[in-house]
Design a protein around this ligand. Structure first.
Ligand SMILES: O=C(O)C(=O)C[C@]1(C(=O)O)C=C[C@@H](O)C=C1
Length: 253
């Protein structure tokens, strides 16, 4: 959809569609055990002399450099995890609709998303163990991180739509830099409850074992639906709202 015709309904529709990408990415990652060397400082530092840090960081940084050349970060909906030293795009520029207020470009909370994903989320939906598939694990993590980052930063568009629909409601709190009031104004508890129920239902549908026996494998899911609901309730929606507040605070700059 063209961004100049966005409405609260259409941005919510995009968030609903992005749930599919997030849940599928979690299912793919849960296929591997935790594989902790992927995240350890020492695993690659001894062998890749030009790089220090965990394998996941290596994979994400190198992939982002390639995608930057292909023009990915020219799209205001995409945010790199390692914005420093990215190479310029080599493809012809695309004229993306300028829907967001320009200071939006300064908001990138990928560092928080990275820390939350590695330190809090992973252990909730991935089994312990080590099967040695560290590169594939990092590739799956990259897909999860990109899907989460896109969804959470989509809060900028959601906030812009809300602001345009009722600027008079938001302006006093923006001028007063009143984060608590902004948070209250942009929160819809009923919508959040529906999101948590829907993602659990999707996790059941997308993550069920499909068998050809009549009895099937009922009640066994690739990712626990209640965990997916918790990821949304405790982290994904709060981080999205954090982006919405940060965006609104800059909306009158
Ligand atoms: O749908 C909205 O109004 C949003 O701002 C998105 C979202 C979410 O992250 O899903 C965040 C805040 C609202 O309380 C409800 C849902």
């Amino acid at each position: 959809m063209a961004t100049n015709s966005l409405t609260l309904e259409s941005v919510r529709h995009s968030l609903i569609r992005q749930e599919d990408s997030i849940i599928f990415s979690l299912i793919e990652r849960a296929h591997f055990p935790i594989n902790s060397p992927t995240y350890s400082q020492s695993y690659v530092s001894n062998s890749i002399h030009t790089f220090s840090g965990p394998l996941l960081r290596f994979v994400v940084k190198e992939t982002e450099a390639l995608l930057a050349k292909a023009g990915r970060y020219a799209n205001p909906e995409e945010h790199p995890f390692f914005p420093e030293d990215l190479p310029p795009s080599v493809v012809p520029p695309h004229n993306f609709a300028k829907f967001l207020h320009p200071p939006a470009a300064s908001i990138n909370i990928n560092k928080d998303i990275w820390d939350t994903y590695i330190n809090k989320l992973l252990q909730l939906f991935v089994a312990p163990g080590d099967d040695g598939n560290y590169a594939s694990t990092a590739a799956s993590d990259l897909v999860c991180l990109q899907a989460l980052s896109r969804r959470i930063h989509y809060g900028k568009l959601v906030a812009e739509v809300k602001f345009r629909e009722s600027p008079q409601e938001y302006e006093p709190a923006i001028r007063a830099k009143d984060r608590d009031t902004l948070m209250k104004l942009l929160t819809f508890e009923k919508v959040e409850e529906a999101v948590m129920k829907r993602v659990a239902k999707k996790a059941m549908m997308f993550g069920q074992e499909v068998t050809l026996n009549k009895d099937g494998n009922h009640g066994k899911y690739k990712v626990d639906p209640s965990v997916v609901s918790r990821l949304y309730g405790d982290w994904i929606m709060p981080l999205t709202k954090h982006v919405e507040v940060e965006y609104l605070l800059r909306r009158l700059d």
